[in-house]
Design a protein. Structure first.
Length: 355
C-alpha cells in the first residue's frame, strides 16, 4: 500500500471496509466481544498512519454514539434498579473500592512519568471504554493514548473473562446479542428506538454534555427502560455498524507519532492492566464470599472492562445478569461523574510537580 495520500476516497473507503471486515471477522471468530469495534479501529489506524485516511462525517458518528448509549441503557431495567436498591451498601462499597484502585493505578503511572496525568487517569477508569475515550476527547486529554489504554484493557479483560467462563463450564447462556444479525425485529419498537436515539442524542449535544450524543441517549433510554415504557430494539447489524463507525472515528485520528508513543508505553500499559484485573478479581472473590453469589457472577460484576463487552459476555454465560449489570452500571456512572474532576486534579498535580 502506498504511503502517499494519492488514492481516491473510493479506494480508501474500499480498503477501510475490506480491512474492517477482515479484522472484525477474525476477532469475532476468536469470540472477542469487542471485536466488531476493535477490528474497524485497527483497520482505521493502519490506513491513517500510512496516509490513507478518510473522513467520517459528524452526523453518522453522533448517531453511532447514540446507539452505543442505548446499548448501555438497555442493561438498566427495573430488575437492575431493584438489585441495586437491595444491595446498595455492598454495591456502593465495591464501586468506591474498585474506582479508587483504578484511579490509584493511574496516579502511580502519572507519578512515575510513564504517561501524562490526565491520560493515565482516564485510561485506568475501570469501565465504559468508549465513553471514557469520548469524554477524554471532550476534556482535552490526549485521547488517542487513552484509547490505547482502554481498548487494550477491553481485549485483556474480555479474553480473561471468556477463558474463566470456559474453564468453569459456564458458557451456554443466551446467545450473543450481536450474533443474530438478521433475526426478525419488532418494527414499531425499532422505530421508537431510533426516535429515542435521535431525541436523546440531540438533547445531550444541546446541553453540551461530554460525549453528548451518547450520554443524552443513554440517560433518556435508561429512564424509559427502567419505567418499562419502551423495549429498546437494537438489531445486530445496527450495533455492528455503530461499533464500526466509532472504531473508525477513533482509529483515523491516530498518527505515526501517537502509534510510536503507544508502542513504547505498551509494556507499562499491559502491566497496569494486569494489576487492575488481578485486584478486581480479588475484590470479586471477596464479594462472592460476603454476598453469597456465585464466583463467576462476582468476577464479571467487578471486571474492569468495557460495560458493553461485559454485557455481551454475561448474556452468553450462566450468571446472574441483572446483578452483573447493576454493579457495572453503578461503577459506570461513578466513572462518568468522578472522571473529569479526577483527571483535572491529576493533570494539575503533575504540572505542579514539573514546575
Amino acid at each position: 500500500m502506498a504511503e502517499s495520500g494519492a488514492s481516491s476516497p473510493a479506494v480508501r473507503w474500499t480498503l477501510l471496509l475490506a480491512l474492517s471486515a477482515a479484522f472484525g471477522g477474525v476477532l469475532e471468530a476468536l469470540r472477542l466481544p469487542a471485536g466488531l469495534l476493535l477490528g474497524p479501529m485497527i483497520a482505521a489506524i493502519l490506513l491513517a498512519v500510512r496516509g490513507q485516511a478518510v473522513s467520517v462525517p459528524g452526523m453518522p458518528f453522533q448517531g453511532a454514539q447514540a446507539i452505543v448509549g442505548l446499548l448501555v441503557a438497555r442493561a438498566f431495567t427495573a430488575d437492575t434498579l431493584h438489585t441495586v436498591m437491595a444491595h446498595w451498601p455492598l454495591f456502593l462499597g465495591t464501586t468506591i473500592v474498585t474506582l479508587s484502585i483504578g484511579v490509584g493505578i493511574g496516579w502511580l503511572i502519572a507519578r512515575l512519568g510513564w504517561l501524562p496525568g490526565s491520560v493515565a487517569i482516564w485510561g485506568c477508569m475501570p469501565g465504559g471504554a468508549a465513553a471514557m475515550v469520548l469524554m477524554a476527547q471532550s476534556y482535552g486529554a490526549e485521547w488517542r493514548l487513552v484509547a490505547v489504554m482502554t481498548y487494550s484493557r477491553v481485549v485483556c479483560v474480555a479474553g480473561a473473562a471468556s477463558i474463566v467462563a470456559a474453564l468453569v463450564g459456564a458458557h451456554g447462556g443466551p446467545r450473543n446479542p450481536i450474533a443474530d444479525w438478521l433475526a426478525p425485529i419488532d418494527l414499531m419498537a425499532f422505530a421508537l428506538t431510533l426516535v429515542i436515539a435521535t431525541i436523546g442524542g440531540w438533547l445531550g449535544m444541546r446541553l453540551k454534555l461530554p460525549a453528548g450524543a451518547m450520554i443524552g441517549a443513554m440517560m433518556l433510554g435508561t429512564l424509559l427502560n427502567i419505567a418499562g415504557l419502551v423495549r429498546l430494539e437494537l438489531p445486530g447489524w445496527l450495533l455492528a455498524m455503530s461499533y464500526a463507525v466509532v472504531g473508525w472515528r477513533i482509529g483515523l485520528h491516530f498518527t505515526r507519532d501517537i502509534v510510536t508513543a503507544a508502542a513504547r508505553a505498551l509494556p507499562r500499559i499491559l502491566l497496569s492492566i494486569a494489576l487492575l484485573i488481578g485486584i478486581s478479581a480479588a475484590i470479586g472473590k471477596l464479594l462472592a464470599t460476603f454476598s453469597g453469589i456465585d464466583p463467576l457472577t462476582a468476577y464479571l460484576a467487578t471486571s474492569p472492562g468495557g460495560m458493553d463487552s461485559v454485557a455481551i459476555i454475561a448474556a452468553s454465560t450462566k450468571v446472574d445478569v441483572p446483578y452483573v449489570m447493576a454493579l457495572q452500571a453503578l461503577r459506570f456512572f461513578a466513572c462518568l461523574v468522578a472522571g473529569p474532576a479526577l483527571a483535572r486534579f491529576a493533570a494539575k498535580r503533575q504540572s505542579e510537580m514539573l514546575a
